[in-house]
Design a protein. Structure first.
Ligand code: HEC
Length: 415
């Protein structure tokens, strides 16, 4: 595949995913705050459980909530569901392009577990589906009647899943899969529970029957889970840029602490929007958890005895890259211009860990990261930062041509 087109596709999906994620989380935060701010008082129309006034964009809004449904259904009704579905779909595409397409680079870490590409995909995708099935089972079991007990079990469940993924995937792959699993639960809550229950309620009303209140209660419970899980998901998704979070010895405890932080911060805003006070202790708890996270992350890398390159069987492309006639020049460039920073133990002043965990020391490291080298130093001047090691244009050209020739990619994709 042409690496330049692939890279842009990757960026486009990421862009869409962030946009849909903002739309989903934004509307969900808005509705939670709106719901909590509704006030009950005399003189409300029949069926209205509360109302509130809001001002935005030059006008005033008078919001009223019909708890079950209005006496007659409005002709036009806006459903908020595509924000969630589109976020899941775009996220899934990104997972395929990035983590399943380049699983050797981002998902599999042979120092942790020797998985084939298909095994890794099976565990990742299967885990997401199984996660939802187990979660849903837990919520529908008798335990689901006790909100607090259920919340504690969901918490333990997510941490256990995170721990499990960390035993088989790279730290980065494990964190993103834990995030994806929570996001799958959240999206499935919308598509499988919240929206169908709402539809059943509407159908019962249209048929002139009293809707089953259990439907509303179930939807509310799932909505509450979604509310509290939002912030941890965002942390887990963004964490792939932060190796200290996902690839240190206590990363699984970091997941647990992030869940706590997410929950207490949401709790603060829920209380604030409901005008039930300002529980400032939540910020103290969040800060303490964050300090513990920073402290734990100092424990250092997981199982660093063997380097990944030594146990990795080279792929066909990697062999081509290593045997290319220009490889000697490429090695010289990388060793003289990149390795001082991109080493297991960087010698560059001020660098304590390998940037982005991209080690460029051995031949195997260089061929393994060929595509990244191509994009960051061959076809762009992103690396080294500020061209600190004075890479020349000729050298960049050598890096680019080496990769293009080995994988048979044209220099330009349209002409
Ligand atoms: C002065 C130190 C330094 C040198 C020299 C250097 N890098 Fe980097 N590199 C960094 C830092 C710091 C980052 C992390 C940047 C960030 O956080 O966005 C990085 C990140 C990267 C990444 C990962 C980018 C990503 O977002 O995944 C690649 C690939 C990379 N460098 C390749 C190279 C190559 C190839 C060279 C030599 C031509 C090189 N670097 C030279 C410091 C350096």
């Amino acid at each position: 595949m042409w690496p330049i087109v692939w890279d842009w596709l990757n960026f486009a999906i990421r862009w869409v995913h962030v946009i849909t994620g903002i739309a989903w989380i934004g509307s969900s935060f808005y509705f939670i705050a709106l719901d909590l701010s509704l006030k009950k008082h005399d003189g409300l129309p029949e069926g209205v459980s509360g109302d509130t006034w809001q001002v935005h964009g030059g006008g005033f809004y008078h919001m009223q909530k019909y708890t079950v449904a209005p006496a007659s259904m409005p002709e036009e009704l806006t459903w908020f569901k595509w924000e969630s579905y589109a976020t899941w779909i775009s996220g899934f595409f990104m997972m395929c392009v990035l983590y399943y397409g380049s699983s050797e680079l981002f998902l599999i870490d042979r120092n942790i577990y020797d998985l084939s590409q298909w095994q890794a995909i099976g565990i990742g995708f299967g885990g997401m589906i199984l996660g939802w099935v187990l979660y849903n089972f837990l919520c529908n079991s008798p335990i689901g009647k006790n909100d607090n007990l259920l919340s504690v079990l969901v918490f333990i469940f997510v941490v256990a899943i995170g721990w499990g993924f960390l035993q088989v995937f790279s730290g980065r792959g494990a964190f993103v899969h834990t995030g994806a699993l929570i996001a799958t639960i959240m999206s499935a809550n919308v598509i499988m529970i919240i929206i169908p229950n709402q539809k059943k309620t509407v159908a019962a009303l249209l048929a002139g029957k009293a809707p089953d209140p259990a439907l509303g209660m179930q939807a509310k419970q799932r909505s509450m889970h979604n509310n509290y899980l939002t912030l941890p998901v965002l942390f887990l998704m963004l964490s792939n840029h932060y190796p200290l979070a996902h690839s240190t010895q206590y990363s699984w405890i970091i997941i647990a602490l992030v869940l706590v932080i997410g929950v207490v911060i949401r709790h603060f805003f829920n209380m604030h929007h409901a005008k039930k006070g300002e529980p400032h202790w939540t910020w103290l708890v969040a800060t303490i958890c964050f300090i513990i996270i920073m402290w734990l992350s100092q424990a250092g890398p997981v199982n660093n005895e063997e380097t990944a390159s030594s146990s990795h069987a080279p792929t066909e492309t990697e062999l081509k890259l290593a045997n290319a006639p220009s490889f000697d020049m490429v090695r010289d460039i990388v060793i003289s211009r990149c390795s001082m920073c991109h080493a297991q133990e960087p010698v560059w002043e001020g660098l304590t860990i390998t940037p982005k965990l991209v080690v460029l020391e051995e031949d195997a490291d260089i061929v393994r990261h060929a595509e990244l080298i191509y994009k960051h130093a061959g076809r762009s001047n992103a690396m080294p930062p500020g061209n600190l090691t004075s890479v020349t244009m000729e050298e960049r050209d050598i890096l680019a041509k080496w990769y293009e020739e080995a994988i048979g990619s044209p220099r330009h994709f349209l002409w």
